[in-house]
Design a protein around this ligand. Structure first.
Ligand SMILES: [Zn+2]
Length: 207
């Protein structure tokens, strides 16, 4: 161990914290980085360092955006009466490749009171405000459909149940209805890894 210089070990340790990167891969990446030019590595470090500085969360849907309001929320020709709730920006990105033309809301996680992830942590009060606002501004007789597209995991289900129960208590069913992605999605699978066809079918079969 002692023959590996500390800076190589430090870089390896940092890389090994990334998902899907084990210690061996991390070490291989470190030696790969060592062979590249200083300039290219500086560029990589700066790009990573700037990531959180340039991005904020869209004040409407909470997706990452370089502007106050993201591009999707800015699009006015989408269906106002459909709002799809997802756990991650990647989930929204994948659904965007289907023919869904409503809007999204990104939770950035799921409820897990044991880990201190409360509705407030996920900004769910903001989501409820948004839903009330959209429902109120829909044309007379039009109903807002909330499509729960959380992951088919225990936590994802619990999160969808919480949102659905709250909406049932606070809105008439004629104004706001809740649907879920049809199963056919394997239990325990992340939306992130589902292919487009399965995802499309699940979206069409929602109930
Ligand atoms: Zn947005």
């Amino acid at each position: 161990m002692a023959i590996i210089p500390r800076s190589i070990q430090n870089t390896t340790n940092e890389l090994a914290k990334l998902p899907g990167v084990g210690p061996r891969t991390a070490q291989r990446l470190t030696f790969f980085l060592l062979k590249r030019s200083q300039e290219v590595n500086d560029n990589l470090a700066k790009t990573i360092g700037d990531l959180q500085k340039t991005l904020k969360k869209c004040s409407s849907c909470q997706n990452y955006s370089e502007e106050e309001i993201c591009e999707i929320c800015e699009e006015t020709d989408r269906e106002r009466s459909k709002l799809c709730i997802v756990e991650t920006p990647v989930d929204a990105f994948n659904l965007e490749r289907t023919n869904f033309r409503g809007y999204y809301h990104i939770l950035h996680g799921y409820l897990s009171p044991i880990d201190g992830i409360t509705p407030e942590k996920l900004n769910i009060p903001h989501l409820f405000n948004r839903i009330s606002h959209v429902a109120k501004n829909l044309p007379e007789g039009e109903r807002l459909e909330i499509i729960m597209a959380t992951n088919p995991s225990m936590e994802g289900e619990a999160t969808a149940n919480y949102i659905e129960n709250y909406l049932k208590l606070t809105h008439d069913e004629e104004d706001v209805s809740c649907t879920r992605l049809a199963r056919g999605l394997p239990m325990g699978a992340d939306l992130e890894y589902i292919d487009e066809v399965t995802l499309q079918r699940a979206l069409e079969g929602r109930k």
